[in-house]
Design a protein around this ligand. Structure first.
Ligand code: KMH
Ligand code: ZN
Length: 310
C-alpha cells in the first residue's frame, strides 16, 4: 500500500447545475478561489472545468481556462488537471482544444462511451434558475458520451505530444478492457493512473462490491505494477468509497463535481470542506497522510509546472 494518499478536488464539473447548489462555483474567479482553498486544506490535484460566467452552463473556452489556471498557479503549487470530458454535447475537437494551448500537467481521458444519464436529477427540482438546466439534464436520456477507440487514440496522442499525463476515467468494467487494448496497441503508456468513476447513471453502480469488482478487474487485466488508482463516486457514496479506496491502497477524489453535500441534508459550502473531511476520514481509518503537490508529481511522474503554458 502506498504510504500517502493523493487527494484530488474536482471543483465544479459539468454534471451539477446552478439550481442544485448556490455554492457551485461558476465564474473564473470563483473556480480559481475554490481551487486554492481546496489546496490549502490538503488537495494536491485540482480537476478543472469551466462554465459560462453568465448562466453557469458548461463550456470549453480556452480563455476561461487560462484565467482560472494562471490565477491558481500564481497563488499555489497544486497540480492542475483539466477536463477533456467537457460537458454534454461538446464535440471531440472542442474537448481537446485546451490541451495544446495550455499544456497542463494532467488531463482527464475518458476510456469509453456511455449513455451519460443526468435525467434522474430532474425529479428533485420544480423551478430552475436558468432555462438551459432542465433541457441539458433531460437531453441525457438520449445522450451518448462518445469516446471511441479512435477518439481516445487522438486524445492521448495529443496529451503525450504536450507532456500531459492522462488520468484515465473508467465508468464501467469494460473501460478497463478498453484500456488494456489501448496499452497493447501502444497508444497509452504504462504506468497508468486510473480514476474509477462510480455511480454515474449509464455506468457501474456505487456499492463497495462495484468498487472491488473494478479493482479486481484492473488487477487481472492491467496488473498491479502497471497502474495506480483513485476513486470518485457520485452523490452520497463519495465519502464511503473514497475511504474504501484508501483502505485498498488507492487515492481519492472529492469535490462539487461529484457530490454537492457535506453530509446528509447539508450542502457543502465549498470544495475545501469536502477535502478537509476526506483528509481526516482517510487518516482516521487507514492511517495515511495526504501528499504534497510535489510528492504527487513524483508518484505520478509528472512534468514540472514550469513546463505548462499558462
Ligand atoms: N465528470 C465525472 C463523472 C472528465 O471531466 O473528463 C468524470 C470526469 C470526466 O471528471
Ligand atoms: Zn470532470
Amino acid at each position: 500500500m502506498p504510504e500517502k494518499v493523493i487527494i484530488t478536488a474536482a471543483i465544479t464539473g459539468a454534471i451539477h447545475t446552478p439550481t442544485m447548489s448556490e455554492y457551485l462555483p461558476i465564474t473564473p474567479e470563483q473556480i480559481s478561489d475554490e481551487a486554492v482553498k481546496a489546496w490549502e486544506k490538503g488537495a494536491s490535484i485540482v480537476h478543472i472545468h469551466v462554465r459560462d460566467p453568465k448562466d453557469g452552463s458548461p463550456v470549453s473556452d480556452n480563455s476561461l481556462f487560462r484565467q482560472v489556471l494562471s490565477s491558481v498557479k500564481k497563488r499555489c503549487d497544486v497540480v492542475i488537471n483539466i477536463t477533456t470530458g467537457g460537458g454534454l454535447g461538446m464535440s471531440a475537437a472542442e474537448r481537446i482544444k485546451p490541451i495544446p494551448d495550455l499544456k497542463p500537467e494532467m488531463a482527464s481521458l475518458n476510456m469509453g462511451s456511455i449513455n451519460f444519464g443526468l435525467f434522474p436529477a430532474l425529479a428533485k427540482f420544480e423551478e430552475w434558475k436558468y432555462p438551459w438546466e432542465k433541457e441539458y439534464l433531460g437531453r441525457t436520456r438520449d445522450f451518448v458520451f462518445k469516446n471511441t477507440f479512435s477518439d481516445i487514440g487522438i486524445f492521448c496522442q495529443t496529451m503525450y505530444e504536450h507532456g500531459v499525463k492522462p488520468e484515465l476515467e473508467c465508468y464501467d468494467v469494460g473501460h478497463i478492457y478498453n484500456l488494456k487494448q489501448l496499452i497493447e496497441d501502444g497508444k497509452i503508456r504504462i504506468p497508468v493512473y486510473i480514476q474509477f468513476v462510480l455511480g454515474i447513471t449509464g455506468g457501474i453502480g456505487a456499492s463497495l462490491e462495484d468498487l472491488v469488482h473494478m479493482k479486481q478487474t484492473a488487477d487481472c487485466v492491467i496488473g498491479a505494477p502497471n497502474y495506480l488508482f483513485s476513486v470518485c463516486a457520485a452523490g452520497k457514496m463519495q465519502y464511503p468509497l473514497c475511504v474504501a479506496s484508501s483502505v485498498l491502497g488507492g487515492h481519492v477524489r472529492v469535490g462539487l463535481e461529484d457530490n454537492l453535500y457535506l453530509k446528509k441534508g447539508v450542502l457543502a459550502k465549498s470544495n475545501a470542506e469536502q477535502v478537509a473531511k476526506i483528509k481526516e476520514l482517510v487518516y482516521e481509518i487507514s492511517g495515511r497522510e495526504s501528499t504534497t503537490p510535489d510528492e504527487t508529481r513524483k508518484i505520478l511522474g509528472l512534468k514540472a509546472s514550469s513546463n505548462t503554458n499558462f
